[in-house]
Each structure stands twice: as C-alpha cells, then as structure tokens.
Design a protein around this ligand. Structure first.
Ligand SMILES: [Zn+2]
Length: 206
C-alpha cells in the first residue's frame, strides 16, 4: 500500500477533482495494536464511521476527473481534520486528526507517543494533503478552473460525537464553506436553510 490512491486525468480532461476521504475500511496491521477495541468492536466502529460507498457513488472516469482517495480508514488518521489538534475543534470530542474516542465517545485507542502520532501523520496524512492540492494545481494549470467535490455520506441517525444533535437530518447535504458563497447558497437551498454543524471547515464533521 502506498500513499493516496490517485487517478490522474489527462491534460485535456475536464477540470474536476473528486476527494474521497472516508470510504476506506482498511486498518493496517502495523497500527492495529494502537486500538483498545476487540476485533468485533473495531469492525462495528468502522461500520459506523466509514462513508460507505462514496468511492462508488462518486466514481468518475479518469477522463472526467482526478480522484483522490484516502487509502486507509479514518480511524487510523482522519484527513478531514486539521493536522494540529490546537486548530481542530473535534479534538474536544477526542476526534482530532488521530482519534482517541469512538463515535459513542468511548476509548478507541491507547495513548500514543508523540512519535507514534507523528508517524501516522507522515505516513498517511501528509502524502494525501500533498496529492490533493497537486491535483487541483494541475487542473488549474491545464484548464484554468477546478471543480472540487468532497465526497461524504452520513448515517440517518445522529451519532453521539456529532455537534449537531438534531434528529431531522437532511437526506442530501451539498455542504457549506463560508469562503465559498456559491456552495453555501446551494446548500441552503437543498437543506432548508439549516447549515449542518461542522460541515463548513476542513474538519468536515461527517
Ligand atoms: Zn466523511
């Protein structure tokens, strides 16, 4: 296994990048010992937290888009969190870049050393965050514009770790980013003018 999985569009292809951060269920054997859950519990946690089928739902031919898929489970390290816990508000829920708690807010991992955390960041997080802007830059260079689609899914029932605990969840959430007014406007149209808490930052809480 090596770095982010990437399908590179040709120079003449449409300028789109599909980002699939949470579809993988893979927990490499070399990090399994960090988790305090049994195999059955860890499997159940993966089922809860994985954005199932987003790699298939958002699959695009390489002629149409460059797809960047995070190659391991978000339980290993979450590429949708800020690298620094001090910037990441989900750290308060034990779910910064390197999760310490489960979706139910139970212990997920033993305490890691700074070296162990750094190894996860170096091995999985940084290569992914190098590949993503590189793909966008390629599109911008070749086509002048780039459509970036961040592909998530979320369960129909709210999980304990989520900041928005309301039960009336939208079927489809286009997303919101305060720095991208068009996206925010579109999302409001589709989700009844209720921004989904946590969906507007890099730390997509989904
Ligand atoms: Zn997600």
């Amino acid at each position: 296994m090596s770095g982010p999985e990437r399908e590179v569009a040709s120079a003449g292809s449409p300028p789109a990048v599909i980002h699939v951060p949470h579809a993988s269920t893979i927990i490499p054997t070399e990090v399994r010992h960090q988790f305090v859950l049994s195999d059955a519990e860890l499997s159940a946690e993966g089922r809860l937290m994985t954005d199932h089928l987003t790699d298939e739902l958002f699959a695009m031919p390489s002629k149409m888009a460059t797809t960047i898929r995070f190659p391991v489970s978000r339980l290993v390290v979450d590429p949708e969190r800020f690298e620094s816990d001090s910037r990441e508000r989900m750290t308060a829920h034990g779910m910064g870049g390197v999760y310490e708690r489960t979706a139910g807010q139970r212990p997920l991992r033993r305490a890691l050393s700074a070296e162990e955390r750094g190894q996860l960041i170096e091995r999985w997080y940084r290569p992914h965050h190098a590949a993503l802007p590189a793909a966008v830059s390629t599109a911008l260079t070749t086509r002048g514009v780039c459509l970036v689609i961040d592909a998530h899914s979320f369960p129909s029932v709210v999980l304990p770790y989520e900041e928005d605990q309301r039960s009336d969840r939208p079927d489809i959430c286009i997303g919101t980013a305060l720095v991208h007014p068009f996206v925010l406007q579109t999302r409001r149209s589709s989700c009844g003018h209720r921004p989904r808490a946590g969906a507007e930052s890099k730390s997509g809480v989904v």
